[in-house]
Design a protein around this ligand. Structure first.
Ligand code: ZN
Length: 381
């Protein structure tokens, strides 16, 4: 197994090398930079779908961006402790989908309130049927399943609990897709820290409610991953997409293990590009080359229910900045600024750290930004 992987890597490196030797201009920075620009222009021009957005109100900055960059957004409705919040997101998604189908597709969520009541599973299925009739291309299950919802016996409800089985069977039977945000990045189980100045240098230092460090009574990272894997395995006819790279963003090898094991499994980025930037460049390129039919682009941005003018501007800028940076990373071999991943920093414009873009070929960009979304979420476009 190890040997095979190593051989593939070697072969891949050789092929990259031979490509470069054929391109006599590759040593010339000026020519290379114009190649980068043209590939970036190509990517900006082709139709693209961001499969992981949260749109809670229609905003001009969203359609402006989509027109300018030729994007379509798939808005994902997420359950919360208040079922009205979920239904409000669903109502917004349906109205966006019906009035602006060029711009929006949508995914519904499962309301977990009253899941211990008899008849909950049947009611959840009946509701999904209604939402599918309104154009939902899939169903999202969020991390509260696994991490925070408790059963009456005190155990944490996991994704492989039998109450979900008929629901997952129904989703498969309807030809829809299950999108699951399972757990958190593995760093949520690691120590949090602050700088000497008291600045939180780790997302979980500033969001202690989401930190699982030193809380042995809470589910472990591997418990949550295992429950997720059981479901993928038990439902081979269900298209299962792991949000945020299946929360295995720290190492593409973890993702590869599942992609090899489960043909019905794919992943979407969910804004985790900076974790690729942290890993060996050749390994990430190899991952994209071998699994080019099973990775989708998503940024996990969107709009709030109500927004001030400043919030609109900063969110719009955030969407533009994030896409501008990430599109360059995937499309060019330019030096891209990034943050310190272990500290969970965001990529920064004036970062002292840079990584080289992975320069994916056009055929892979086509799949990653569009074709795979159409394949894994039928009806999305
Ligand atoms: Zn999200």
């Amino acid at each position: 197994m190890m040997k095979n992987k190593f051989t593939t890597l070697l072969l891949f490196s050789v092929s990259v090398f031979s490509c470069n030797t054929q391109t006599t201009n590759s040593e010339n920075p000026a020519v290379q930079s114009s190649e980068n620009t043209s590939k970036l222009e190509y990517l900006k021009s082709i139709k693209k779908i961001d499969v992981h957005m949260h749109i809670r109100s229609d905003q001009q900055y969203l359609t402006d961006f989509m027109d300018e960059w030729n994007f379509k957004f798939n808005t994902v409705c997420i359950p919360s402790s208040n079922p009205k919040t979920l239904q409000a997101q669903i109502d917004t998604a349906i109205s966006l989908y019906q009035t602006k189908p060029r711009y929006y597709a949508w995914i519904t969520g499962v309301d977990m309130t009253n899941f211990t009541e008899p008849g909950w599973t049947e009611a959840a299925i009946a509701k999904l049927k209604v939402d599918f009739g309104q154009g939902a291309v899939g169903v999202k299950v969020v991390k509260s399943v696994g991490m925070s919802i408790k059963k009456p016996n005190g155990e944490y409800l996991q994704l492989d609990d039998p109450i979900f089985t008929p629901i997952f069977e129904f989703i498969a039977q309807e030809g829809k897709t299950l999108l699951v945000h399972a757990g958190e990045p593995i760093h949520a189980w690691m120590p949090t820290y602050f700088t000497k100045e008291g600045v939180g240098r780790n997302y979980w230092a500033t969001h202690p409610d989401y930190s699982f460090w030193d809380k042995p009574e809470l589910p472990s990272y591997s418990d949550i991953m295992a429950a997720r894997d059981h479901v993928i395995e038990r439902h081979p006819n269900l298209r299962f997409v792991g949000a945020h790279l299946g929360s295995m963003e720290f190492d593409v090898d973890e993702i590869i293990t599942r992609l090899e094991r489960y043909p019905n499994f794919a992943v979407e980025l969910g804004g985790r590009t900076r974790y690729f930037m942290w890993q060996a460049r050749g390994k990430v390129i190899d991952f994209f080359t071998r699994y080019q039919d099973r990775i989708m682009y998503g940024t996990d941005k969107g709009s709030g229910t109500t927004m001030t003018a400043e919030e609109k501007e900063s969110t719009s800028n955030g969407i533009r900045y994030r896409n501008d940076l990430f599109l360059k990373y995937y499309t060019t071999s330019d030096d891209i600024p990034w943050g310190n991943v272990i500290a969970s920093d965001r990529p920064r414009p004036n970062s002292t750290y840079t990584v080289k873009g992975i320069d994916l070929p056009k055929e892979i960009l086509d799949k990653f930004f569009y074709k795979n979304a159409v394949k894994w979420f039928p009806g999305i476009d």
